[in-house]
Design a protein around this ligand. Sequence first.
Ligand code: SF4
Ligand code: SF4
Length: 481
Amino acid sequence: MKVSRYNIFVPLHQNRILAYNGMSGGLAVWEKEDYQTYQQVVDGKPPNNADALRELAKGGYLVNDQIDELAVLWQQYRKHRFDASTAILTIAPTLGCNFNCDYCFQGQDKPQEAMSQEVQDALFDMAVQMVPWIKHLHVAWYGGEPLLRKSIIESLSERFMHVCDSTGVRYDAMMVTNGYLLNAETAKSLYQRRVKQVQITLDGMADYHDTRRTLLTGKGTFQRIIDNVKEWIDDVPLGVSVRINIDDRNRENIHGLIDDLAAQGLANKKNFKLYFAPVEAMTEGCHIVADVTMQKSRYADLETNLFRYAFEKGLTSLPYPPRFRGTCGAVRPRGFVVVPNGDIHKCWDTVSWPEKRIGTVFKLEDIRQDEQAMKWMKWNPFENDTCRNCKILPNCAGACAFKFVHAEETRGEAAILPCPSWKYNIKERLVLRALKMGAITSDDYDFDAVKTNPAQLCADVHIPGKSLPDKMKAAYAVAAK
Ligand code: SF4
Ligand code: SF4
């Protein structure tokens, strides 16, 4: 037996350990004898506790000497990523928006045109061509603000539902919306058209949100979004995932937002949950916010704290480490983003750059040969030295291909460190999770002593030819201690 390369340990009081394995997904509390057995294997001594040995192997913490875990992981990743039985169509019925957010990656001057009937018909034909080869069609409605063109969503949904239902293909959808037009009538209409989940963004308490996410006229939007959700959240089983974008400007504001949402009666709802995301300067449209993005390790500390706070208020669940998070539609064989003029992209973040398209709905046969399409399909986190040797590769799988494929476009820390916040707070999150499961109590650990050390998970530089600026190197070294 040998030890797995994907073990992560959190020390608990009284010589116990919270042990996680990224391959198996196992999370367990080890007693002293478990750790002693593990240590015997590390030291190359014959283990003398057969029961403990069996349990450690069952949890994936120990593996047979002959197993090459990286090769097994690669096989699992390939099967998952290149599974062509699911098609993911992200559809922007318009790139126009009724909001004017300063960090929007699509920039401030968005084209207002709607998707024409001709493009809708060609897009539908594209879906029809895929249907014989797939088991599941998933649509993500996207924009701009998709609800500005609700009739297009309703009409295309009906057509997709009809063709899928008549051929035994599962159909479902989600939507990314700013929530301003999502009243009860619209929520019902979406749910009837199998939209199961909507993602809405809030940026802080009303006063702050209303300076950052305004209508084009400059008017605030916070209370209208909340009132919309309150109007139907108990009657329509549409899931709401509230994304809270955080940067240096609003990081002090988020606890207040959580308090406010609880005070407005949105806590402990089955279909209303928050999650947090760092603002990143990913594309030219949002480079202006590069100076206010948070350093990753600081963001991760805050995120852990916010998850704990929101969980206690009944406003979030505690996410388990994901599996292959980096396999979004952009890197899948049947993942396509279609914009109003019929251009097809791979990634949501390139929709404002026509030169980064991979083709058009009017000439599907050209996509296979397209140079841009090749870039996405060839990208592979297992070929990046840092990812390949990373302890959370089974969870992360490169996180976001855009930051590698278009590394030249990103600014700030994201340009050099594509890693998600899990790399900076996985131990803290595992502890919160174990607490929720009742596997440990708050007397079992000292929360301030539980700190993820990113340097123990992988190296600090990911993009060949790029290195951290000195200021960031110093910060990274501090975070790694
Ligand atoms: S090195 Fe970073 S991007 Fe790559 S797998 Fe690890 S955490 Fe993810
Ligand atoms: S590559 Fe990154 S930005 Fe593009 S769709 Fe995937 S996760 Fe989103």
